[in-house]
Ligand binder design. Structure first.
Ligand code: 13P
Ligand code: SF4
Length: 357
């Protein structure tokens, strides 16, 4: 029963004390979030992973790429545990390392390798945090950098100081929305088509490109529509519409604001007058914010509940299993990035942590 699970989790956590740190992403269900020592967006959780070095184990209630990132940024002695190994991210899976290597090779044929006389590279790879460690390693080896939804424009700025163009993956929407906000015209953001090697991609467009986009997307955020926004405005005059930048461009354009999960949280916490908020992001976060702020009217733009199905795979039962195993001296579901990938991937992450707006 859930009472029994609750008792087991609390008892194991109390006994482990500082030996364990439980991290939870904003999209985790409340039944899991209640046990997290720290709850945040993917950027905050990446830095939280570096903060408590005395913990022997970090139990990451989130998805696979987040646990990999925690492993990259924690000490070698710390074990990072993903309570359910089936918690992946469909967007991260859309950038396959072989496809990215292939794309890069073909882009090098178009642009030519090496920096120009001023030390400017023809193209700099930028990966969204929502990608495998192998992809972060690729980026690290090619002078590139990682970004999250909370620092994408700072990171793009960083990349444009070092390169003539950017290859952005896996999320086409975050790439397009961020580049557009920086004033880059849509015609200069062609999308790379992996099914059509060089011959099928328009070489002229690639030469004129400022940002080459990858074809990935988030299946949760692509569900939001401008019709939903129009309906929210009609039904709730004065509503503030805030969406995650993983939403398609027309949705971001029709919203009042866009930002990371923590941006959304802060916007609501900062509202001093009772306000209506229509939110375009994952339902667990929206429902939690609504419960925490009864003075406001807070609802999800999508009337059909839209959870991230892989985030949902973390169930309290798995958390109990991970904690009780630790008590017995056993580490289950450890996420450990191999050395050859870890070194360049860490490099790309550290560039991100050092990039300042
Ligand atoms: P944040 O970086 O805003 O936490 O988003 C992570 C994510 O997976 C969004 O879908
Ligand atoms: Fe991945 Fe989308 Fe889920 Fe975020 S919400 S973890 S991008 S599938």
């Amino acid at each position: 029963s859930s009472e029994e699970l609750d008792r087991r989790i609390r008892a194991a956590k109390a006994e482990l004390g500082d030996r364990v740190m439980v991290l939870g992403h904003f999209y985790q269900r409340d039944e899991v979030v209640q046990y997290a020592d720290y709850v945040g967006d993917s950027f905050q959780l990446a830095t939280a992973a570096t903060a408590r070095t005395e913990a022997e184990a970090i139990i990451f209630c989130g998805v696979h790429f987040m646990a990999e990132t925690a492993d990259l940024l924690s000490t070698p002695e710390q074990a990072v545990i993903l309570p359910n190994l089936a918690a992946g991210c469909s967007m991260a899976d859309m950038a396959d390392i072989d496809q990215v290597e292939e794309c890069w090779e073909q882009l090098m044929e178009v642009y030519g390798e090496g920096e120009d006389a001023d030390g400017i590279a023809p193209i700099v790879p930028v990966t969204y945090m929502n990608s495998s460690a192998a992809i972060k390693g690729f980026v690290g080896r090619h002078g590139g950098i990682v970004c999250t939804s909370s620092n994408a424009s700072t990171v793009l700025q960083w990349a444009f100081e070092r390169g003539r163009r950017v290859l952005f993956f896996p999320d086409q929407h975050l790439g397009r929305n961020t580049a557009k906000a920086m004033g880059i015209p849509l015609e200069q953001m062609p999308m790379w088509n992996p099914r059509k090697p060089l011959g099928g991609n328009d070489e002229q467009a690639l030469h004129e490109a400022q940002v080459v986009l990858w074809h990935g997307f988030c299946s949760v955020h692509k569900r939001f529509t401008t019709d939903q926004i129009a309906k929210a405005r009609a039904e709730h005059p004065g509503v503030r519409v805030i969406v995650h930048p993983e939403c398609p461009m027309p949705v971001v354009d029709a919203a009042d604001e866009s930002g990371s999960t923590d941006y959304i949280r802060k916007a609501i916490e900062g509202a001093t007058e009772p306000t209506s908020f229509a939110i375009g992001t994952e339902i667990n976060l929206v429902q939690r914010l609504a419960a925490q702020h009864p003075q406001h009217t807070i609802f999800c733009l999508d009337p059909v509940v839209c959870p991230c199905s892989t985030m949902y795979r973390i169930h309290p039962g798995y958390l109990a299993w991970a904690l009780e195993s630790l008590l017995e001296g056993e580490v289950i579901n450890r996420i450990s990035v191999g050395q050859d990938v870890a070194e360049p991937a860490r490099f790309a992450l550290e560039r991100m942590l050092a990039a300042k707006p």
